[in-house]
Design a protein around this ligand. Structure first.
Ligand code: PAF
Length: 282
């Protein structure tokens, strides 16, 4: 496995592979790899001849008061894991290699980025779209694989790929969960042992909503209230950032659950913001 730290060296290697007729799969990550990432990497490994994993804590998707500086990092461990799971290359640039001091070009899908996480993270999806487009341009993969925990991210990236005629297929893999239901996330390491033992309540709240829908409840507001009450009972120190219902592709707000609907939530526990979601079928 090779480590690339500059865009030019990665682009040269990927171009060479493509000229040899080899297809490439890309798994973009911010590192501190966990089993959820591994499920993406394993899936991508089977999709193409060559596998590139990017490990880049992208500064442009963090707001001024967010956790860029303390975001967990462990490149040696990430390299070992990527290699053990069959990656041919890891791309781990410094921020300065990805963004010129006078970087001035941004990719945005504003309509889809204004709700859900975008409401409290106004620059987040602009940073995500810009860096993912840069990675797709460098690698020119046949397929790029993302996790469905960040459902809004994937929906926005798919719209970007469609609107800009990108060649790569953007695949979404199911959320990978701890045995107690907590969605895997690099940020879970921020939780204290006490918080960690209680946050599975978030997933239980989503499942409760699913059961209410199965029992006939169709009103999104009533379901959101139920989710908030469930958390107030089980995680009284948590603050719900949002519990919102949206069309799974367009992310347009949904008031009545008459078709498959995304229920997406973000919850602060202490300083940690956790997200999760469920696709409600009727
Ligand atoms: O989902 C993530 O880890 C990041 O948002 C991504 C897609 C790697 C872009 O920095």
């Amino acid at each position: 496995m090779d480590l690339f730290t500059t865009p030019a060296s990665l682009r040269t290697q990927c171009r060479q592979w493509r000229e040899q007729g080899q297809s490439i799969a890309l798994v973009p990550t911010m590192g501190f790899l966990h089993d959820g990432h591994m499920s993406l990497i394993d899936h991508a490994r089977a999709c193409a001849d060559k596998l590139v994993v990017s490990v880049f804590v992208n500064p442009t998707q963090f707001g001024p008061n967010e956790d860029l500086d303390r975001y967990p990092r462990d490149l040696p461990r990430d390299l070992a894991l990527a290699e053990a799971h069959g990656a041919d290359a890891v791309f781990a640039p410094e921020a300065g290699a990805m963004y010129q001091p006078d970087h001035a070009t941004w990719v945005e899908v504003p309509e889809m980025a204004k709700g859900l996480c975008g409401a409290s993270r106004p620059v987040h999806f602009r940073g995500v779209c810009t860096v993912v487009l840069k990675l797709l341009n460098l690698v020119q993969p046949k397929v790029a694989v993302f996790g469905q925990k960040d459902w809004q991210q994937l929906a926005i990236l798919r719209r970007m790929a469609r609107d800009l005629d990108l060649d790569a297929e953007l695949m979404g893999m199911p959320i990978f969960r701890e045995p107690d239901g907590l969605a895997m996330s690099s940020r879970n390491v921020y939780l204290t042992p006490d918080e960690r033992s209680r946050v599975p309540a978030i997933r239980q709240g989503l499942l409760l909503a699913q059961r209410r829908v199965a029992a006939g409840e169709r009103d999104a507001e009533a379901l959101a209230l139920m989710f908030r009450e469930h958390l107030a009972d089980t995680l009284p120190d948590a603050r719900v950032d949002y519990a919102s219902f949206a069309h799974p592709e367009s992310l347009a707000p949904v008031a009545r659950i008459d078709a498959p609907t995304l229920l997406a939530v973000a919850v602060f526990i202490g300083k940690v913001r956790l997200i999760d979601n469920i696709l409600l079928e009727v």
